[in-house]
Design a protein around this ligand. Structure first.
Ligand SMILES: [Fe+2]
Length: 139
């Protein structure tokens, strides 16, 4: 799989990671559409569900792998996942209770900024460090 929707700068070359990262990139696309007026607020509901899946499935999967491999930086990595989860759930609550479209769009833009930041920090630094550790263990 080429992961054609994933920007080259965040590709790690690891099939598992690139697959889950691409999932988040679809979320970004959906939110961008909403902020540009191409969707209703109901269109965001499935997007927040993808967030929940991403958190429940992939964070847990990564954390289990880190435990199996006695990854030394596991605490730092899990703490970043925890921060992400809290922030996304806060933004989801704010979005759901926002009184009008303008407020929802403002929150959606905050979500986007946070996700871009997450991609450029957690994907390419924290996840990459773990990918490199796994690759070194396999050889
Ligand atoms: Fe991670």
């Amino acid at each position: 799989m080429k992961h054609q929707y994933l920007p080259a700068k965040v590709k790690l070359g690891n099939e598992d990671f690139d697959f889950q990262h691409e999932m988040l990139f679809f979320v970004v696309e959906g939110i961008v559409d909403y902020t540009k007026g191409r969707g209703e607020s109901g269109d965001i509901d499935p997007i927040f569900r993808i967030f929940h899946d991403y958190i429940d499935m992939y964070f847990k999967h990564e954390e289990d792998r880190m435990r199996e491999l006695n990854y030394p930086d596991i605490d730092k990595h899990i703490s970043e996942h925890g921060t992400f989860e809290i922030r996304v759930l806060d933004l989801e609550r704010a979005f759901m209770t926002a009184p009008d479209r303008a407020s929802k769009v403002a929150i959606a833009r905050t979500v986007l900024d946070y996700l871009y930041d997450w991609m450029e920090t957690h994907f390419v630094r924290t996840d990459k460090e773990f990918c490199d550790y796994m690759a070194a263990r396999e050889h």
